[in-house]
Write a protein that binds this ligand. Structure first.
Ligand SMILES: Nc1ncnc2c1ncn2[C@@H]1O[C@H](COP(=O)(O)OP(=O)(O)OP(=O)(O)O)[C@@H](O)[C@H]1O
Length: 317
């Protein structure tokens, strides 16, 4: 386990002329992250994702709760935790006037890396930045800047990397490229904890995730588990004898529903149930004209757990 956190809490109080406002940003978060995984924290804006990551990265102290991060206690050995992690904020921290290479070399020096120039050249090459490394930060594209910010967080070779909303604002091509880079990191042994408010990103990229809302974890699992837990898959069939087909398939389904000329069959695991359904229909000699398999999405999970859609919750914040 690279992160084991229990009951983390953080309340912010801001004072202005009208008095004090209190926001309970994190309200009792538990997290267990296995080594070598991409672990996602998915939630709408304001859910407490950044605050949770900043606590785990030792950047702010929690009001309550405990965590062991990369083998060290967060409160008792914050310096040991810090030495073992890389942190890439939403803003990224790439400077405009200095070259990308100089910035990465500087980060390597700060971390006490033995060969700062060599380490910087390696990480810049891994992120396809060698060609642009000697240009000042302001001349880089959005995707290049984002990769430099990750290089800054990785140059000391930490076993754990925190990425706060790494693909926000990137175009689809740069996003897909960054997903591949993050997968390569995981495959090379780095554990990655990332926050996101994109459903497709959590689904495509994360090995496991938690869904957070209003500072609490509302669901936890692999993307597949979470989707199956809520509504499973739905198989939509068009066939000759809808009523007889519904009777035939009932034993294999959670529920069957005749919907116009289609039969909708709700199952836990569509991929494996589909062949079984087809065999049952064939045995009964029921002719089939079309079939479709659709999966529930992580938005269905969020909806089931909170009563709101993640898209609406994000837009409202
Ligand atoms: N330093 C702070 N002072 C006061 N309130 C804060 C502070 N940091 C965060 N908050 C509040 O805590 C809540 C959670 O914020 P946080 O940034 O952790 O959410 P988030 O899920 O990362 O959202 P986003 O996707 O917008 O970054 C928000 O209501 C935010 O306004």
């Amino acid at each position: 386990m690279i992160i084991h956190a229990q009951e983390l809490r953080k309340t912010f109080t801001t004072r202005n002329r009208k008095g004090a406002t209190t926001v309970e940003a994190v309200r009792g978060v538990d997290l267990d992250v296995e080594r070598g995984q991409i672990f996602g924290v998915l939630g709408p804006n304001g859910a407490g994702k950044t605050t949770t990551i900043r606590i785990l990265a030792t950047l702010i102290a929690p009001d309550a709760g405990t965590a062991v991060v990369a083998g060290h206690d967060l409160r008792e050995e914050p310096a040991a935790v810090r030495a073992r992690l890389g942190y890439v904020s939403q803003a990224g921290g790439v400077e405009d006037t200095t070259t990308a290479r100089a910035q990465v070399v500087m980060a390597a020096r700060i971390h006490g890396v033995p060969d700062p120039k060599g380490a910087a050249a390696d990480v810049l090459a891994r992120f396809d930045l060698s060609e642009v490394a000697d240009r000042p930060g302001r001349t880089l594209s959005g995707g290049q800047k984002r990769r430099v910010s990750i290089a800054l967080g990785l140059v000391h070779g930490p076993p754990l990397l925190f990425l706060d909303e790494p693909t926000t604002g990137l175009d689809p091509q740069n996003r897909a490229n960054l997903w591949d880079r993050i997968r390569e990191l995981r495959d090379a042994g780095t554990s990655v904890l990332l926050s996101t408010h994109y459903l497709d990103e959590a689904d495509a990229l994360c090995d496991r995730l938690v869904i957070v809302d209003h500072g609490r974890v509302v669901a936890e699992g692999t993307p597949g588990e979470l989707k199956r837990e809520v509504s499973g898959d739905v198989v939509t069939l068009r066939l000759d004898e809808t009523a007889r087909a519904a009777e035939t398939l009932k034993p294999y389904a959670r529920e069957t529903r005749v919907d116009g000329d289609a039969l909708r069959v709700y199952v836990d695991d569509g991929e494996h149930t589909l062949p079984v359904l087809l065999r049952a229909l064939e045995e009964q000699g029921i002719g089939l004209s079309s079939i479709a398999l659709d999966r529930s999405t992580l938005d269905d999970v969020f909806l089931a757990k909170t009563g709101r859609s993640l898209r609406d919750a994000g837009a409202a914040a």
